[in-house]
Design a protein around this ligand. Sequence first.
Ligand SMILES: *[C@@H]1O[C@H](CO)[C@@H](O)[C@H](O)[C@H]1NC(C)=O
Ligand SMILES: *[C@@H]1O[C@H](CO)[C@@H](O)[C@H](O)[C@H]1NC(C)=O
Ligand SMILES: *[C@@H]1O[C@H](CO)[C@@H](O)[C@H](O)[C@H]1NC(C)=O
Ligand SMILES: *[C@@H]1O[C@H](CO)[C@@H](O)[C@H](O)[C@H]1NC(C)=O
Length: 486
Amino acid sequence: MVSSMFMRAIVQFLSLQLLFIRYTLSVRPIEVKGSEFINSASKDRFHIVGVAYQPGGSSGYDGKSGNDPLSDSSVCLRDAALMQRLGINAIRVYNVNPSANHDMCASIFNAVGIYMIVDVNSPLDGESLSRVDPNSTYTADYLNRIFGVVEAFKGYPNTLGFFGGNEVINDMSNIKIIPPYIRAVTRDLKQYIAKHSTRPIPVGYSAADVRPILFSTWEYFQCAIDGDANDPTRSDFFGLNSYSWCGSDATFQSSTYADLVQRFSNTSNPVFFSEYGCNKQSPRPFNEVQALYGPDMTGVFSGGLVYEYSEEPSNYGLVNINSDGSVRLLQDYDNLQQQYNKLNITLLTSGDPGDAAVTPPKCDASLIDSPDFYSKFDIPDIPSGGQQLIDNGVKNPNQGKLIPVTDTKVTQKVEGSNGLVINGLAIQPLPDDQSNTPSGKNTSGEATGTSTAGNPKSTKKGAGSRDELTWIMLGTFVGSALVWGL
Ligand SMILES: *[C@@H]1O[C@H](CO)[C@@H](O)[C@H](O)[C@H]1NC(C)=O
Ligand SMILES: *[C@@H]1O[C@H](CO)[C@@H](O)[C@H](O)[C@H]1NC(C)=O
Ligand SMILES: *[C@@H]1O[C@H](CO)[C@@H](O)[C@H](O)[C@H]1NC(C)=O
Ligand SMILES: *[C@@H]1O[C@H](CO)[C@@H](O)[C@H](O)[C@H]1NC(C)=O
């Protein structure tokens, strides 16, 4: 009797593990090889097909409530379902609270094959470097904050990377002092990750598109001091916030994308748009998507992130989020989805071995061609108390980890751009190690206005994972029945 109960407990425990295993399987971490992002398991090239995700703008993270865009799982479920349907494989989140619990949101995005790129800074006091006086704000307290963000996100396999800075260099006044501080912060983050993470997580910079200094900025961060490719002060990737392609008349040439490709053609680290999507024409046609993911650019660029998921006062949204949590898709969402659906996925996963082998240039003042741009590579020492944080880790770290995702159905009301309610909206967990791709059709939910609730349309991939889940559940029942019969 005792042994049978014991057996039953063991089998039920194992069954539960099996039942949930589908959802705790994970995307494979992305790594940097030369100028490409690579899937660490398949070794396929990875292009970022992403959107910026910061509902509520910078107030989406406030010090008081402690909330941030990845702390409310029902909101993440709603948005992950809409993003999966849109066809993206990555989000960028600008302001996070290192103490919040992100496990369910990170696990939901993981389940649908969406990676996260997280900015370590925030606009709150003491949580970013001052552009006018970096030295006074580069402190152990500041490092404690950004290392806390690393602790919070290092455990998720779908953490693609960290931005150590966003547009810190944004005009001609700060090019004289800021650059070495960005390299210092990059170094500190990389050393912290090397000591406290089980895998390398890339650290990079997101640059403003100020052309007279753009290429100096890129050279300053991509080069290796003394030519040492393992120099920790070097950026692992370079993001560019660029709005130079505007409207349906723009072309590869007129948008200056051709110039960017030419100048970045010998980059030694991955270059991508960390923001794009000019809104001078509304709704946005997103014609630049065909250029960015087409043969003219994929050899040099690693994709980009559309600014931005939610409609905010600046009018860059793909969807409108109402105060009751309901969502209405905007025409921009449909236009972007249609552009993604035309992409050649084979092209996006084919790499060039030459790109993966490229070595960084040796840092030298001659790389920096903008007058007044800081051109020495004397990187500031870590501030007092900082090295202890790296050696011992931050105190009481909040370390995120994947957890089972059990709810898949979106509960909030979602309307298409035509005003009809989208029924049956749900996330479709993908098989292990797959990232999300534009599907050519909606992964779930149709804005038909008729009730199809509970019977969402699924893609081939979604269907496969559902079958797998059914078999696991069947196995669980059979297993349990056998034990109950003992
Ligand atoms: C930066 O601040 C530290 C600590 O206050 C000080 O020791 C150092 O001299 C300062 N460096 C510069 C370049 O101002
Ligand atoms: C990269 O190309 C630029 C011209 O676009 C050239 O000035 C520079 O020297 C090249 N850098 C390397 C490391 O080959
Ligand atoms: C997609 O890209 C692959 C790899 O470059 C190429 O061989 C194929 O012809 C492309 N397909 C289309 C429809 O353009
Ligand atoms: C996907 O959904 C959008 C918005 O409801 C709709 O306009 C579009 O026709 C749908 N596409 C397909 C292929 O069903």
